[in-house]
Design a protein around this ligand. Structure first.
Ligand SMILES: [Fe+2]
Ligand SMILES: [Fe+2]
Length: 292
């Protein structure tokens, strides 16, 4: 059986089983969409943070666990959200909230896509999230803020979680968007847009994600999609998520990305600094797998 759906502006016929599988994905905490709304405000207090996050107690418990992990090595343990706010800071805590909220999705193992079986998809998702945040903040032409960039990067390949089960099974390999369309009628960007809308994420995030392989189609959000495409390109240079442990030593030649850099108005003279910032944001990521 097939049903008709409208992931974007056009209608497509999608197999019923695909939508069923989409609905069975672990859902994203409502805290994520509420934080993205708050991030658009000029002023955000620790109290606002606490009010929103306390709606999801399972998330609070997990957040405190991660806050106490080796990554944030503290001399004494953190047992409440206000303490965590003081010791880690709201910005870092929000990043942990986004990462923790999406763990049920990003920690899955894909059968057909060529990510490393040991948390490669998680590493790729987190890496592109961090890189997108840096690029969004380095660009004067991007309609997203850093937080929106991080979430878009984190969830950009979520469509693959559904499509994976409908591909002809075989060994892990590079899958083209055409092959995805043959399998389910949509590519992973289109399907991700549908999923993100179901989770009530802002249109800016859903549209950015949809067009991460075709940024010019994203209309007013083309700057966000270009930042995401550039983040993906940089992370591909390092094979992030395909190799573990990660190796960030490979040079990232700016000539290869000049079109995207122009579009984002990122000064080529600042490229080395941008790459440095991305590397800094990724250091240690592959060491936090065991912290649950
Ligand atoms: Fe990707
Ligand atoms: Fe992708």
């Amino acid at each position: 059986m097939s049903v008709t759906t409208a992931p974007g502006n056009e209608w497509k016929t999608v197999r019923f089983e695909v939508l069923e599988k989409t609905e069975s994905l672990p859902s994203l905490s409502i805290v994520v969409s509420e934080f993205l709304v708050l991030a658009r405000r000029d002023f955000f207090t620790a109290k606002d943070f606490e009010t929103v996050i306390s709606k999801d107690q399972a998330l609070v418990a997990r957040l405190l666990k991660v806050a106490n992990s080796g990554l944030y090595g503290r001399s004494r343990s953190i047992t409440t959200i206000p303490e965590a706010v003081v010791m880690i800071g709201v910005d870092n805590l929000k990043k942990i909230v986004y990462a923790v909220s999406s763990e049920g999705l990003t920690r899955q193992v894909l059968e057909n896509y060529n990510y490393h079986p040991d948390q490669g998809f998680w590493l790729h998702s987190m890496g592109v999230g961090h890189a997108t945040k840096v690029l969004v903040e380095a660009s004067s032409q991007c309609p997203l803020n850093g937080e929106e960039g991080f979430v878009a990067g984190l969830l950009h390949d979520v469509g693959k979680l559904v499509i994976d089960g409908f591909l002809p099974s075989g060994s892990p390999r590079a899958i083209t968007r055409e092959q995805e369309k043959e399998a389910v009628g949509l590519d992973h960007g289109e399907l991700a847009e549908y999923i993100l809308k179901q989770w009530n994420l802002p249109l800016s995030t859903a549209t950015t994600v949809r067009y991460h392989h075709d940024y010019q189609g994203a209309g007013e959000f083309a700057g966000g999609a270009a930042a995401l495409a550039l983040a993906e390109g940089v992370c591909s240079t390092w094979d992030l998520g395909r190799n573990i442990p990660m190796d960030l030593s490979q040079e990232v030649p700016k000539e290869q990305f000049s079109e995207l850099m122009d579009f984002l108005a990122i000064d080529p003279a600042k490229w080395d600094q941008v790459i440095w910032d991305i590397r800094q944001s990724l250091v240690g990521l592959d060491e936090v797998f065991g912290d649950d």
